[in-house]
Design a protein around this ligand. Structure first.
Ligand SMILES: [Zn+2]
Length: 303
């Protein structure tokens, strides 16, 4: 505690850039990170998951020029999605959907596609899940566990990181997803260094940059298929393939840390040669292709 206090005092004497860096604790991924992730995915007792399901509950229509640096004016359909990891005897959710009020925030005044019945399926899947994980603290990923008629029921099985909670309390993306300290106590709040196994085959991987509380989620199935859910590190797989950030204007609007993001893009780019599925939350084209190939199935609710 004393050390933390001393660091805080030292930071105050430095520039604001240094304070930000100290707060986000710039990460350096070790060269053997993927091996460490794979090993730790096998540390939790129990059978590995059997399948990965997903659902799209909304869309935003953008152009590649705001998604990838030097991108074209061609349409980029941003799918708003949630994922469901299926075990023999249960399920884990990745991200939580959002209600229509939060959805409107992302339209910048335009009316964009929203399917309330699909968001209800996400709510049903959250209700049935054993555990809920959140890639990051933006409304399109987290609103479903904050603004929900079943919030009291699902909060206690939802893991939020301390960094996610800090953002939601101090500077939420929109007021509708703000959290009080008292409300935060209803969730499971964790902090970890670089990685943390949370269920058989599932590992959280810290990745601040798009938001301070951003993380990736690695999943390995029983049959050996590996997925890495990268949230919004890149909105398109092109960000990873081309090792390109979002354009400066988008970076500024979101308040991203480009240094952290570039390190993550480089690490993910290296993984493209591995037999591992990189899953950006919003890449409609890629998700549709994976669904057609049977690598992602439709969200399932047991009635
Ligand atoms: Zn998003």
């Amino acid at each position: 505690m004393m050390i933390w206090k001393r660091n805080t005092l030292i930071c105050i004497a430095l520039t604001s850039v240094s304070i930000n860096k100290a707060q986000t604790q710039e990460l350096h991924y070790p060269g053997d990170l993927i091996e460490r992730i794979r090993n730790s995915s096998q540390t939790m007792p129990g059978s590995l998951p059997r399948a990965v399901n997903f659902i799209k509950f909304a869309e935003s229509h953008r152009t590649y020029s705001i998604v990838v640096e030097d991108g074209s004016e061609e349409l980029f359909v941003s799918a708003r999605t949630a994922f469901q990891i299926i075990y023999e005897d249960g399920s884990v959710m990745i991200d939580a959907g959002m209600d229509e009020i939060v959805h409107r925030f992302y339209g910048f005044g335009r009316v964009e596609p929203y399917w309330p019945e699909n968001n209800q399926l996400v709510q049903d899947a959250l209700q049935q899940a054993n555990l809920i994980l959140i890639t990051h603290e933006h409304g399109d990923h987290i609103a479903g566990v904050l603004r929900s008629s079943i919030r009291d029921e699902i909060a206690g099985k939802t893991i939020l990181t301390q960094a996610q909670v800090d953002t939601l309390i101090n500077s939420p993306q929109l007021p509708e997803i703000g959290l009080t300290e008292e409300q935060a106590n209803d969730y499971i709040i964790i902090d970890y260094d670089i990685l943390l196994p949370v269920a058989p085959g599932i590992v959280l991987v810290k990745a601040p940059g798009h938001t301070p509380g951003h993380q990736m989620i690695y999943v390995q199935l029983e049959m050996g298929t590996e997925y890495i859910f990268i949230g919004d590190i890149g909105w398109s797989i092109d960000n990873i393939k081309q090792k390109k950030l979002r354009p400066q204007e988008t970076i500024n609007r979101i308040g991203e840390d480009p240094v952290e993001l570039m390190a993550q893009l480089a690490w993910l780019n290296g993984l493209l040669e591995e037999n591992l599925l990189v899953i950006p939350s919003h890449d409609n084209l890629l998700l549709t292709k994976y669904a057609e190939e049977g690598l992602l199935n439709n969200l399932s609710i047991s009635r």
